[in-house]
Design a protein around this ligand. Structure first.
Ligand code: ZN
Length: 791
């Protein structure tokens, strides 16, 4: 640190002129409004981010009868869709989604994938990524499309989309009803890595079915896209509309079924014992230690595994105001339930899982469901549905209204790694959390993955920390996104990219953790918790049971908080640059004393220090005398003159100076205030708040925070003066790792060397290779590894 003594009377004025910054071209671009990047507000969607007076959404009600064939893994169904056109447009045709067709080898989602071959490590999967689909005859067989009178309606199938040509257009404000008959082979979810399907358990010969995207569903028609009929390629998820469902599922009579909605006929499908246990679970789950009531026990599920069905049972469900419908069915299912109070309303929190999921699932799943509903409701709106299921089967993690599929399976011996346990906590919270985004705040998933995954991952992170403060909630920690932000930006796409155009290898950080982290940074560093929480809740309330677009989110967050965030959306959502601040140097200024009895002593000491050169030191040891030393006639006044001696004239001049100062100026010069000028660089691109910790000589410290607008005239290089009475010995930028700075090595002044650690000794061979710590604790020989789902 350089100390510069400032001998001036008007410090403030002097500092001001010193630090004027030349503007940079980019700074203006970064802090101007998003403007044309956002769609023009209109009467459907207002400039404030709220739905406008003409906002509309079409609806579809479904009446479905489906039969599950457990011997052929086939689903056969017949559905009547009543479509309500609330738009002001006449619709001559309707678009329907045929998601099962994505499993046909000739679907664009399969033919448009790219791959390369590594001859040294070529695997079968690499050679033939569609191997799981070959010879399977997956995809819909549409056997009939009829109107209400039973007359055939013309239709055209375009891969995963089907157009129904109505005899007459459905007019604004009118409805049309039609029915579709269909069947398909259920996919093997394990080999296809699908979001739904079956898992076969070779040990006992039974199946678990997790069924979703299982019936032809209406496409959305709205003010933004017209028909949203982008093909389902496998990555971009679903764009759906709300409606009421009545669904009858016929399954083998030894199966336990669960589904979106409320069971309508428990008397017909549940035993007296099961109904009694169900009643016992009512109202339970509010107090710590209140564990789920088991409706189907593990012993009962294991007995069912060994038996055979004697017929079928039909489970009837109703669900109101949902955008989709899922169900699960198996004779392997254990079933447990709680009915906690969520924002004053009782909700069934339930889990379905096979014995392979225990003991982990019995202990945690349903408790996690209840926790998630409470945590998310607090931050958005009260969970409006009567039920929420967590189901274990082949799918690693996937969400539907009131039902989600979660992986995290223990080892065959019932032990599990900490990773498996943490994954269970995370995945159940995440997938149950999706009930809020996008099941209720119904964003367009086919187009914008971040709108549900990003927002949901953010709330998931908060809910994980409310579950256990020590939980490694990496999805929202700014430090955790650093490796992605360090990536070559040419290999990244902005968060604001269409889902199917996000490279698969960066889909996780792009759609989940980068937006989640960005929201966490907004909450903790840019807006503060109070403003953020209010605005986020307002967004959730405005758009519950409606379909928001990105601009509606961006605008609402600003509208409800009064914080201009356009620069933030530009940097984090529209850009690929990282954050990298650098503290180049710190200059130290101190109001110098003009008291000659102090200043001259200091000046003498400084001069003497500079005189002590190596040559002078060696000359002093020499026996040779200088001319002046040998000959005193070569001396005059200046050989004895001391420029640092204080004269009476000096003292009088100082007194005159003191008399000229105002009281305020006198205080400033006497206080000994330190003025530090920090030279900061924005090396990464995204302008972010500057947070700097000062460690003082006396051992105390303090943190100064400056908003991102500090970069608005110059987004590359700025100076900032910090005044403090104490002397600073160490400066550190971003001391709490809150802005995702990709290089923290240049964040200290004076620079602090950071060692690169190398391995001195060969890493000790870890005992019990392949065993989880629970198994090692038991000191038992490791059992053969079993397939543990896809986690
Ligand atoms: Zn998700």
């Amino acid at each position: 640190m350089q100390k510069i003594i400032l001998l001036v009377t008007s410090l403030a004025v002097q500092m001001g002129t010193m630090l004027a910054q030349a503007p940079t071209q980019q700074a203006n671009t970064r802090f101007e409004q998003l403007g044309p990047k956002l769609p023009t507000p209109n009467t459907f969607r207002t400039a404030s981010g709220a739905p406008g007076k003409d906002y509309y959404q079409n609806r579809a009600d479904y009446d479905i009868k489906a039969t599950l064939d457990d011997t052929k893994q086939r689903l056969t169904g017949s559905e009547t869709i009543t479509y309500h056109n609330t738009s002001s447009d006449a619709l001559p045709y309707l678009w329907i989604q045929l998601d099962q067709n994505v499993f046909r080898p000739d679907a664009t989602g399969n033919t448009a994938t790219t791959n390369s071959l590594n001859p040294e490590r070529a695997s079968l999967a690499q050679l033939n990524p569609d191997a799981a689909l070959i010879g399977k005859d997956y995809g819909y067989k549409i056997t009939a499309v009829r109107d209400q009178a039973g007359k055939a309606i013309k239709y055209t199938i375009n891969e995963t989309m089907m157009r129904i040509d109505l005899p007459q257009p459905v007019l604004p404000g009118k409805s049309v009803a039609f029915s579709i008959d269909w069947n398909f082979h259920i996919v093997d979810a394990t080999s296809t890595h699908a979001r739904s399907g079956y898992e076969f358990f070779p040990k006992d010969g039974n199946y678990i079915y997790e069924m979703a995207q299982w019936f032809p569903r209406m496409c959305a028609y709205d003010d933004v896209n017209g028909w949203q009929n982008k093909q389902f390629l496998g990555q971009g998820e679903f764009t759906l509309i709300f409606g009421n469902y009545k669904v009858a599922i016929t399954a083998p009579n030894d199966h336990v079924v669960g589904a979106t909605g409320e069971l309508q006929n428990p008397g017909q499908v549940l035993t007296a014992t099961q109904q009694k246990r169900w009643n016992e679970a009512k109202g339970k789950g509010d107090k710590p230690g209140e564990n789920p009531v088991v409706i189907v026990t593990q012993a009962e599920a294991e007995a069912a595994e060994k038996g055979k069905p004697t017929g079928t049972k039909t489970w009837v469900y109703k669900a109101e105001n949902v955008r989709d419908f899922a169900f699960s069915s198996s004779r392997k299912f254990i079933w447990d339930a709680l009915q906690p109070s969520v924002e004053g309303k009782r909700v069934w929190a339930m889990s379905l899982y096979p014995k392979e999921a225990n003991p982990l699932w019995g202990q945690y799943s349903t408790r996690l469901v209840a926790h998630t509903l409470r945590s998310y409701s607090k931050r958005t709106f009260g969970y409006p549905y009567p039920v929420a299921y967590s189901v274990h089967g082949p799918v690693g993690g996937m969400e539907y209204p009131m039902m989600c599929f979660n992986g995290a399976r223990p080892e065959a011996d019932g032990t599990y790694s900490q990773g498996t346990k943490n994954f269970l906590i995370l995945v159940v919270i995440h997938e149950v959390g999706h009930n809020f985004f996008p099941m209720i705040v119904n964003s367009d998933e086919r187009q914008w993955s971040w709108m549900d995954e990003g927002l949901n991952s953010f709330l998931e992170g908060l809910a994980c920390l409310e579950w256990d403060a020590n939980f490694p909630a990496r999805g929202i920690e700014p430090q955790s996104i650093v490796p992605y932000m360090q990536m070559d930006s040419s290999k990244q796409v902005p968060i604001m990219s269409s889902s199917d155009n996000i490279p698969r290898n960066t889909f996780g950080p792009n759609a989940y953790s980068k937006p989640a982290t960005a929201l966490n940074i907004l909450r903790e560093t840019v807006m503060g918790r109070e403003l953020f929480d209010y605005a986020f809740k307002e967004y959730a309330r405005r758009w519950a049971f409606k379909s928001p677009e990105p601009a509606d989110f961006f605008r609402t967050m600003e509208d409800a908080s009064g914080v201009d965030l356009d620069w933030f959306w530009k940097g984090w959502f529209y850009g690929v640059q990282p954050v990298d601040q650098s503290l180049v140097k710190v200059n130290w200024f101190q109001a110098g004393s003009q008291n000659p009895d102090i200043s001259k002593v200091e000046a003498r000491a400084a001069a003497q220090k500079k005189m002590n050169t190596i040559s002078k030191q060696r000359d002093a040891l020499s026996k040779d005398e200088t001319v002046v030393a040998q000959d005193s006639t070569m001396k005059d006044f200046y050989n004895s003159y001391d420029p640092y001696a204080v004269t009476e004239g000096d003292r009088q001049q100082y007194q005159a100076y003191l008399n000229s100062l105002s009281a305020e100026e006198k205080l400033l010069t006497e206080a000994g205030t330190n003025f530090y000028t920090l030279s900061l660089k924005n090396k990464g691109g995204i302008p972010m708040p500057v947070i700097v910790r000062m460690e003082f000589e006396d051992g105390t410290d303090s943190v100064a925070r400056f908003p991102a607008e500090i970069w608005r005239f110059n987004d590359v290089s700025i100076n900032k003066v910090i005044a403090t009475n104490k002397k600073v010995k160490q400066w550190t930028l971003d001391p709490f790792y809150e802005i995702a700075d990709i290089n923290t090595e240049d964040n200290s002044f004076p620079p602090v060397a950071q060692p690169t650690r190398f391995q001195l000794f060969k890493q000790q061979q870890r005992g019990g290779q392949g065993q989880n710590p629970m198994q090692q604790q038991k000191q038992q020989p490791a059992p053969a590894r079993q397939g543990s789902g896809k986690n």
